[in-house]
Write a protein that binds this ligand. Structure first.
Ligand code: ASP
Length: 592
């Protein structure tokens, strides 16, 4: 190789050596006749100095350099003059005195700077992703992503897991989204589906005796793009045989606790990770992905105000609802306007209103206390563990509305009261999810996780009597208010699996066509098994302190599922469509 080392690797131990370096012009400056080039590659930046007196030819070339030219430099490593060291660079004690400078390739004027931390329109960044990825922050994210994946591979290999690839041209597997379909040329009218996850293959690999499976798997889900989702994303897909729930959780917990501490400067807040039931998460935190970096809790006070003369409270309870509240530490300082904003937030989440109260040094401010019965205010105050200077917020409504609105208030209060530390990962498991939920649009029963999830043994009889009460052996990993993984112990018996498909309203034909292979496999010696699938993009973005997963996906799609650099999706030639037996129906004009 022609180059002696990477630009970012030059150190004091190389002083006196002659080097060949190749890289990009990060910046170029003319200082008192000398030209200084910051030469960059993936490993970092080194300062190159070109002297017009001693190296006139090199200097002439250096005068033509612009940002992001690709150049080759021959020169010798020297110690930087005292006082001009740069402690922020690994190479900051040295510089390279060039005797030749060669342009390997020039660069057009840039659409945005690489060297500065400028705010750039994301559309332009995605269009020129190859330039965007040169920016130091993005280059760092790529390295972190690589390290996370390598860590996972090493960790699981050491624990006896096999990395196994599964097909991309596959068949539909229900994960709650639409499928991306690929028309078959050889089988007119038939389609492959890109996997929403390798769920069925990983289960079938358990039937195949693989015992411990993992894959850094690409998943494809054609969803209306919600914030922070991508039509294709990467998950660590994992499956284990002869295990119970706690075995899967233990692997996940030790993998991600160790990974967090090895690869980021964040601390794991709770060890062991809390295991919170879905009911508790919804009641206490108003969310199935609670943020445990702060410990505000929602408290039920229905028993205190159930017979209150204050109709707003007692009426809600008569109608089968609840009264629940939350304490805002030091919230008495909120202005009336701030309380109005919190009320609006509660309303946006379905609440009819927000009752509030505070007292500071004996002075009570409240929207409702004067309407309460004797002793009720004191009991509320003590149940909510409020003290002088605090504010309490109460919602009287259905359970669902109380959960949603107080959950939103909890998150908002944490932000406003600055209760959220940014150097921790508050990992936790949410367990005991309901197996079914009602689809709001159709009123039909649908699955909450996916249809291959084992119900609680004790709840199996409820499948015939009261399915909505059936709990699933399903679990989520959450951290800092985000869901990072879902998994479950699976059904491994054909009879239970068939019954679940029936309850979901699948016709016998559909069951046979889409899942006949699973039901058959379960009758050929399927071991008990279970697994989980953490989202790699999310984990990396959180460790990198990025808000969007697009910052840690090398080549993401935009919010409309387009690749702006490659121009995908795109129209295709008529003969290609013909080969595929596909005809395009032009969408009807808007308004027709
Ligand atoms: N297939 C599931 C998902 O993608 C994960 C699992 O159950 O392992 O969410």
């Amino acid at each position: 190789m022609k180059r002696s080392m990477m630009c970012g690797e030059v150190r004091t131990e190389h002083i006196g050596q002659r080097l060949v370096l190749q890289g990009w012009v990060h910046t170029v400056r003319d200082h008192g006749g000398l030209i200084f080039v910051d030469l960059r590659d993936r490993a970092g930046i080194v300062q190159v100095v070109v002297n017009p007196t001693t190296q006139p030819d090199a200097f002439h070339v250096a005068e033509t350099l612009r940002d992001e030219f690709v150049v080759e430099i021959h020169g010798s490593v020297e110690r930087r003059p005292a006082g001009s060291e740069n402690p922020r660079l690994g190479t900051g004690d040295v510089e390279v005195h060039a005797d030749t400078v060669t342009v390997l390739n020039p660069c057009l004027p840039l659409p945005f700077p690489v060297a500065e931390e400028a705010q750039v329109d994301e559309r332009v960044r995605l269009q020129y992703r190859y330039i965007d990825l040169r920016r130091p922050r993005m280059a760092r994210n790529l390295v972190l992503r690589h390290k996370v994946i390598k860590y996972i591979r090493d960790f699981l290999s050491d624990r006896g897991f096999l990395e196994i690839e599964t097909p991309i041209l596959a068949n539909p597997t229900p994960e709650g989204a639409r499928d991306y379909l690929v028309p078959s040329r050889l089988h007119p009218g038939s389609f492959y589906a890109l996997p929403q996850s390798p769920q069925q293959f990983k289960q079938l690999s358990m039937v195949a005796g693989v015992d411990r499976y993992f894959q850094i798997a690409r998943c494809f889900r054609d969803e209306d793009l919600r914030a922070n989702r991508q039509p294709e994303f990467t998950q660590l897909d994992l499956e284990m045989s002869f295990v119970e729930q706690e075995d899967v959780l233990e692997v996940c917990e030790s993998l991600f606790s160790n990974l967090t501490e090895s690869l980021s400067n964040k601390r794991v807040l709770n060890k062991p990770w809390p295991r919170i039931t879905w009911q508790e998460a919804m009641n206490r935190y108003g969310s199935d992905k609670p943020d445990l970096r702060y410990d505000l809790s929602i408290v039920d006070v229905s028993d205190i105000v159930g017979r209150s003369p204050f109709q707003v409270f007692s009426g809600a309870i008569e109608r089968g609802g609840v009264v629940r509240g939350i304490r805002a530490p030091d919230g008495a300082a909120f202005t009336r306007r701030q309380i109005d904003e919190l009320t609006e937030l509660a309303k946006a989440n379905g609440a009819k209103g927000l009752a509030w109260a505070s007292h500071t040094a004996g002075e009570v401010r409240s929207s409702f206390v004067r309407n309460l019965g004797p002793g009720e205010a004191e009991k509320l105050w003590s149940r909510l563990e409020a003290s002088d200077g605090d504010l309490v917020l109460l919602v009287a409504d259905t359970v669902d509305v109380a959960r949603a609105s107080l959950g939103a208030l909890r998150r908002e209060l944490a932000k406003r009261l600055e209760l959220i530390p940014d150097d921790v990962m508050a990992w936790a498991f949410v367990i005991e999810f309901p197996w079914f939920e009602r689809d709001e649009a159709t009123g039909r029963l649908t699955f909450m996780h996916h249809p291959f999830t084992m119900p609680f043994d004790a709840d199996l009889p409820l499948l015939d009597t009261d399915p909505v009460r059936v709990r699933a052996k399903a679990y989520d990993v959450v951290a800092n208010g985000e869901e990072l993984a879902s998994g479950s112990i699976r059904v491994h018996r054909a009879d239970i699996q068939s019954r679940l498909f029936e309850l979901l309203g699948y016709s016998p034909e559909r069951i046979q066509a889409n899942f006949g292979h699973m039901l058959k496999a379960f009758q050929y010696g399927a071991p008990p098994h279970g697994g989980i699938a953490p989202g790699i993009d999310r984990v990396v973005s959180m460790l990198a302190d990025e808000d969007s997963i697009r910052e840690v996906i090398p080549f993401p799609k935009n919010q409309s599922a387009q690749d702006l650099m490659m121009g995908a999706p795109t129209t295709v030639q008529a003969d290609q469509l013909e080969d595929l037996h596909v005809r395009v129906v032009e969408p009807a004009p808007v308004g027709s």
